[in-house]
Design a protein around this ligand. Structure first.
Ligand code: FAD
Ligand code: NAI
Length: 467
C-alpha cells in the first residue's frame, strides 16, 4: 500500500495548485519543498515581490512628478528603502502563509526538504537536519521550476552582480544600474530602480527589447522606456565584469564581435532568461528523459517517459509563466484522477508589468506573416479613449488581429495603463473562439480603458466610432 496517491516535488504555482486540485479530487497528496516557505519562485522571489516593488515605486514616481498637475500639493517624496522592502516582504509573507493555510484546509501534507526520485513510486526527502525519509506514492509530479540563466565567466554574488533575486533586495539605490537583457525582468526591475533614482542602461543582445512580442508593440515600448530615461545598448553583449574596484567595470562588445567598451556601474543585473531546474532530482538514475534544453520531456498529458512520473511548469517546455504552471497543475491533477485535464496553449496571456503595461494573447503579426495566414488588423490608440484622456495615460494602443476569412480573433496586443487586467477580456474571447465582431457588438462600460478594445474590434471592420 502506498502512503500517498500523489507526491508533488516543488511548491511553486505549478506544484501547490496541482496538490490542491488533486486533494479536491480525493487523492491523498503530499508536497515536498526545499525552501523554508511554500510558493516557489513566484511567491518568494518572483511575481509577488516584483509586483510589490513595481507598485510602490510607481506611486513614489507619481508622487514626485504626477500629483502637481492634478492639483495635489505634497512635499517632494523621500525614499525609505528599508520600509519599502518591509512592505514588499509583508506582501510575500501574506501570500506564502496563504499557501500554508490552503495545504492545511485541503489536508495536504507539506514536507520540508529536498526531494529525490529514488525510483518510480519512491521519493527520498532530505531535511535541513540531514535526516532522510523515503515516501511511497502511486504518482510523482515534478514541479521544480527554473533557475537564473548565468553568463559564462560572470559570478553572481547577489550584492553587486545580481540576478532578479538580489535586485529585489538591494540595500541602497545604485547610482548606476547596468541591466543585461532587455526582457521582462530587465524592464520590470530596471523600471523599479529607475523610478527610485538609478540611472539605468540596458544591454541587449538582439536589435530590440522584448523579443518574441509583437514588433509594433516592442518598438513603441522601447520608445516609451527611452522617454522615461532608460538607455538601451542594442545588438551588444556583456563579456565580463571587473569587480576589483569600488565601481564595477563592465565590458560591452557588439553582439557580432568587435572592439569592447568599458561601462562603469554600481550594480549589474543579469536577466538573460531562466533555465529549468532539475538538479539533485536523480532523473538520470531513474531514466527520465530531458530535451536538448534541459527541460523534462513530457507528452501531451504531462507524462514523462517513465510510468508514474509526470512534470509541469517551468521545468517543462512552454512559456515560463506562473499561470501556465498553475493551469498545467490543475490539468495533471485531473488526469491523475481519471478526468480529461487540458490546457489551451493558444490562449495564455503574457503581461509585462511596467508602466505602461504590455499585454498580449495569441499570435503576433510577425507570427501570422511567417505562417502565411491572411489576417485583418484593427488598431485603436489610447489618445482617442475618453478615460485615458482624463487620466493623462494616453501612451499606447490596442491591436486586434483577426482571420481575414472567418473574422476569428487570432491575437490581441495591448500597450497601455492597466493592459494586464484588460487582456483578460481578450483571453476569454479567444477561449470561446470569438470573432472581432463578437467583441465589437459587446457592450463595454463607459468611461473605461476597455472601450479601446471594443473600438479596436470595430476598427477591424473599419468602423471605429471614436476615430
Ligand atoms: P517555481 O515557482 O520555480 O517553484 C519550484 C519550486 O520547487 C521551488 O520552490 C523550489 O525550491 C522547489 N524545488 C526545486 N527542486 C526541488 C527539490 N529537489 N525538492 C524540493 N523542492 C524543490 N510569471 C508570471 O506569470 N507573472 C509574473 O509577474 C512573473 N514575475 C516574475 C518575476 C521574477 C523576478 C521571476 C524570477 C519570475 C517571474 N515569473 C512571473 C515567472 C514565474 O515565477 C514562474 O513561471 C513560476 O514560478 C513557475 O512555477 P513552477 O511551479 O513551475 O516553479
Ligand atoms: P527573457 O527571456 O524575458 O529576456 C532575456 C533577454 O536577454 C532577451 O531579450 C535576450 O535576447 C537577452 N539576452 C540573452 N542573452 C544575452 C546576452 N548574453 N547579452 C545581452 N542580452 C542577452 O528573460 P528574463 O527577463 O530573464 O525573464 C525570465 C523569465 O521569467 C521570462 O522569460 C518570463 O517567462 C519570466 N518572467 C515573467 C514575468 C511576467 O510575466 N511579467 C516577469 C519576470 C519574469
Amino acid at each position: 500500500m502506498s502512503q500517498y496517491d500523489l507526491i508533488v516535488i516543488g511548491s511553486g504555482p505549478g506544484g501547490y495548485v496541482c496538490a490542491i486540485r488533486a486533494a479536491q479530487l480525493g487523492l491523498k497528496t503530499a508536497v515536498v519543498e526545499k525552501m523554508p516557505t511554500y510558493g516557489g519562485t513566484c511567491l518568494n522571489i518572483g511575481c509577488i515581490p516584483s509586483k510589490a516593488l513595481l507598485h510602490s515605486s510607481e506611486l513614489f514616481e507619481e508622487a514626485g512628478h504626477g500629483f502637481a498637475q492634478m492639483g495635489i500639493g505634497v512635499p517632494a517624496p523621500t525614499l525609505d528603502l528599508k520600509a519599502m522592502m518591509a512592505f514588499k516582504q509583508d506582501g510575500v509573507d501574506g501570500n506564502v502563509k496563504g499557501v500554508d493555510y490552503l495545504f492545511k484546509k485541503n489536508k495536504i501534507d507539506g514536507i520540508h526538504g529536498t526531494g529525490r526520485i529514488a525510483a518510480p513510486g519512491k521519493v527520498e526527502v532530505k531535511g535541513a537536519d540531514g535526516k532522510t525519509q523515503t515516501l511511497d506514492t502511486k504518482a510523482i509530479v515534478i514541479a521544480t521550476g527554473s533557475d537564473v540563466a548565468r553568463l559564462k565567466g560572470i559570478e553572481i554574488d547577489e550584492k553587486r552582480v545580481v540576478s532578479s533575486t538580489g535586485a529585489l533586495s538591494l540595500e541602497a539605490v545604485p547610482s548606476k544600474l547596468l541591466v543585461v537583457g532587455a526582457g521582462v525582468i530587465g524592464l520590470e526591475l530596471g523600471s523599479v530602480w529607475r523610478r527610485l533614482g538609478a540611472e539605468v542602461t540596458v544591454v541587449e543582445f538582439l536589435d530590440g527589447a522584448l523579443p518574441g512580442m509583437d514588433g509594433e508593440v516592442r518598438r513603441q515600448a522601447q520608445r516609451i522606456f527611452e522617454k522615461q530615461g532608460m538607455t538601451f545598448k542594442l545588438s551588444s553583449k556583456v563579456t565580463g565584469v571587473d569587480t576589483s574596484g569600488k565601481r564595477l567595470k563592465v565590458s560591452v562588445e557588439p553582439a557580432k564581435g568587435g572592439a569592447a567598451e568599458t561601462v562603469e556601474a554600481d550594480v549589474v543585473l543579469v536577466s538573460i532568461g531562466r533555465v529549468p531546474y532539475t538538479e539533485g532530482l536523480g532523473l538520470a538514475d531513474v531514466g527520465v528523459k530531458l530535451d536538448q534544453r534541459g527541460r523534462v520531456e513530457v507528452d501531451a498529458h504531462y507524462a514523462t517517459n517513465i510510468p508514474g512520473i509526470w512534470a509541469i511548469g517551468d521545468a517543462i517546455k512552454g512559456p515560463m509563466l506562473a499561470h501556465k504552471a498553475e493551469d498545467e497543475g490543475v490539468a495533471v491533477a485531473e488526469i491523475l484522477a481519471g478526468q480529461a485535464g487540458h490546457v489551451n496553449y493558444d490562449a495564455i496571456p503574457n503581461v509585462v508589468y511596467t508602466f505602461p503595461e504590455i499585454a498580449s494573447v495569441g499570435k503576433s503579426e510577425d507570427e501570422l506573416k511567417a505562417a502565411g495566414t491572411a489576417y485583418k488588423v484593427g488598431k485603436f490608440p489610447f489618445t482617442a479613449n475618453g478615460r485615458a484622456k482624463v487620466n493623462h495615460t494616453t501612451d499606447g494602443f490596442v491591436k486586434i488581429l483577426a482571420d481575414a476569412k472567418t473574422d476569428r480573433v487570432l491575437g490581441v496586443h495591448i500597450i497601455g495603463a492597466d493592459a494586464g487586467n484588460m487582456i483578460a477580456e481578450a483571453v476569454i474571447a479567444m477561449e470561446f473562439g470569438a470573432s472581432s465582431e463578437d467583441i465589437a457588438r459587446t457592450c463595454h462600460a463607459h468611461p473605461t480603458l476597455s472601450e479601446a478594445i471594443k473600438e479596436a474590434a470595430l476598427a477591424v471592420d473599419k468602423r471605429s466610432l471614436s476615430m
